[in-house]
Every structure is written in structure tokens, then in C-alpha cells.
Design a binder for this molecule. Structure first.
Ligand code: HPA
Length: 308
């Protein structure tokens, strides 16, 4: 099958990593989203750091804000491997390449995957700096064929036709919700709000058009982002529990653009329309919003990992 990565390539990758981590056996994997790589800085003990460009089968992260290494160590009393930097399909990688590290984590013994990302808020109640637990996803690229499970099924990983109905594990979402609801210091002192919603995977790298955002909203999406779904699907396929959360880094603009007919008709009538300057998203804004929320997200994730 064209483009398919054979099972033995995943095994070689895991075997190489084992030679670098001296018997350390991670139980939880974390994938850090844009600007959230700092999670690895909160480890109590760092056991090993392995750069992606040293690992057979790994591609390189080409995005600013994604360092490109695996960090192994202890976090909140658990053995963790943290991906500092992830691979996106918009970088030109296939879905199989982008999700390669998840299967390697599985081969290393990881059974719980925690994924963070930066996303645009489609739901009008979401504000920049809020966190949303992903309850479900809307994957238009996946429905149309951008699915890492396409090709001959690798039985060692999982079933040919997996169900993804409970992909975002209720047990883990409940742990996160309990921490938020029983922790006034997170809720009140830091003005930190947690929602639960539906994440729409958009292939990127363009931010979505206004019409696309209106369509996604109509379809039930609360957030738009360019990652997470491929990794989550592959994790579920190989039997992992998955918790994914988005940091809202910008509010999506889905208002219609002013009609040129209205604009010109108003000009002709001598009463030019007053138009509102819209705030469209840009990468610097995304990174700044992530940086501003770093400490509270570190605290939130640490508490979740402690309770898993
Ligand atoms: N759309 C898609 N991906 C994103 C956005 C957005 O508005 N913000 C951060 N990642």
C-alpha cells in the first residue's frame, strides 16, 4: 500500500528509544500544542531527552514554538513521556507520518495519551485563555479520507473497523472536570474557565474563512484547530485512553463580510457605512495567548496526571 509505514519501522523506532532511556517505562504520553511545550519543565525528575532527528522514523517539526524532542521523566508521581513539538499534516506530512510517534509511545508502554492544542473559539461563549475539554470531534478531512488508519490494517495495533464513539475517554474527562470544579484557586483566583465541546479538525495552514466557520458552527463545532484528531484516532485504535484539551487562543470571526453592493450604494447616497475592523487570527496572537496561560495550564495538567 502506497505511503503506508510498515509495523517494523514503528518497532525499530521504539527499540532505538529504549536504548536511550535505560529501562524507563512511560505510562502516560503528553503531546504539547503550540506554545505549551513548557509542560515538560514541570517534571520532578527528567530521565532522558531524545531529539526527533535522532529517532528512526520520526520526521521534523517545522513550526515555530515546537522544539522537537521527547522528554522522559516523572510528573506528579507518574512516568511520563512528553512530545515537545508535534507533526501536522499542513507541514506536508501524511497522516501516518504525523501520527507515527503515538504508535511508538504505545510500543513503549504508554496507555494514556494527553493531548493539548491551541484552537480558535467558534462558540461565542468562549474567551481567549479559556480551556475546553474535547468531548468529541468533527473531522471533515477524516470523513473525506485523511485518516491514518487507511491502508492495510496493522493487526498488532488494533481492529480494522474501530469505533471512535467514546474516543475522548469519559473517565479522564471526569477527572479533569472534577479538578476544575473542586479547585477554587484555579477557578476564581486565576479567572480560568473550563468548557467541554466539539473540536473541528481543519487541515490548515490557512485559518478558516468566515463561510467555513459559519458552516462548522452549523455542524456543531465549538472550536477549530489544525491538529489532535489524527493522533487521537490512532491512539484509540491501539487501545489507549485519550484526554484532549484546547486552549482558546483567539475568537473565530464568522460574521459575513460587508456586502460591496451595500457599501457602494451607501457611498452613492452620500452616507458611507461605518465598518467594524475585525480581529483576524495570526500565529503571534496564538503564541502570546498560550504563554499567558502557561502557569495555570501546567497546574491543571499536573493535577490531572496526579489523579489518573
Ligand atoms: N483555527 C484553526 N486553528 C487554530 C486557530 C484557529 O482559529 N487558532 C489556533 N489554532
Amino acid at each position: 500500500m502506497a505511503n503506508q509505514i510498515p509495523y517494523k519501522t514503528y518497532v525499530q523506532s521504539a527499540e532505538y528509544i529504549k536504548t536511550r532511556i535505560n529501562g524507563f517505562q512511560p505510562e502516560i504520553g503528553i503531546i504539547c500544542g503550540s506554545g505549551l511545550s513548557c509542560l515538560a519543565e514541570t517534571f520532578e525528575r527528567t530521565k532522558a531527552v531524545v531529539k526527533y532527528d535522532e529517532i528512526p522514523g520520526f520526521v521534523r517539526s517545522t513550526v515555530e514554538g515546537h522544539p522537537g524532542q521527547l522528554v522522559f521523566g516523572d510528573l506528579a508521581g507518574k512516568r511520563v513521556v512528553c512530545m515537545q513539538g508535534r507533526f501536522h499534516c499542513y507541514e506536508g506530512y501524511t497522516v501516518q507520518q504525523a501520527t507515527f510517534p503515538v504508535r511508538v509511545m504505545h510500543l513503549l508502554g504508554v496507555s494514556v495519551l494527553l493531548v493539548t492544542n491551541a484552537a480558535g473559539g467558534i462558540n461565542p461563549n468562549y474567551e481567549v485563555g479559556d480551556v475546553t475539554l474535547i468531548a468529541d470531534h468533527l473531522s471533515l478531512p477524516g470523513i473525506a479520507g485523511a485518516n491514518a488508519l487507511i491502508g492495510a490494517n496493522i493487526e498488532e495495533f488494533g481492529l480494522r473497523f474501530p469505533s471512535i464513539s467514546d474516543l475522548y475517554t469519559p473517565r479522564l474527562r471526569n477527572i479533569a472536570a472534577r479538578i476544575y470544579l473542586t479547585n477554587p484557586s484555579l477557578r476564581e483566583d486565576k479567572g480560568f474557565r473550563v468548557h467541554e465541546g466539539v473540536y473541528a479538525w481543519c487541515y490548515g495552514p490557512c485559518f478558516e474563512s468566515r463561510a467555513e466557520l459559519r458552516a462548522l458552527k452549523t455542524l456543531g463545532a465549538d472550536l477549530a484547530g489544525m491538529s489532535t484528531v489524527p493522533e487521537a484516532v490512532v491512539a484509540k485504535h491501539c487501545g489507549m485512553e485519550v484526554l484532549a484539551m484546547s486552549l482558546v487562543t483567539n475568537k473565530c470571526v464568522d460574521r459575513r463580510e460587508p456586502s460591496s453592493l451595500d457599501v457602494v450604494a451607501a457611498e452613492l447616497a452620500g452616507q458611507p457605512l461605518v465598518t467594524v475592523a475585525e480581529q483576524f487570527p495570526h500565529h503571534e496572537e496564538v503564541m502570546a495567548a498560550a504563554a499567558a496561560r502557561t502557569p495555570v495550564i501546567q497546574e491543571f495538567v499536573r493535577s490531572i496526571i496526579r489523579d489518573i
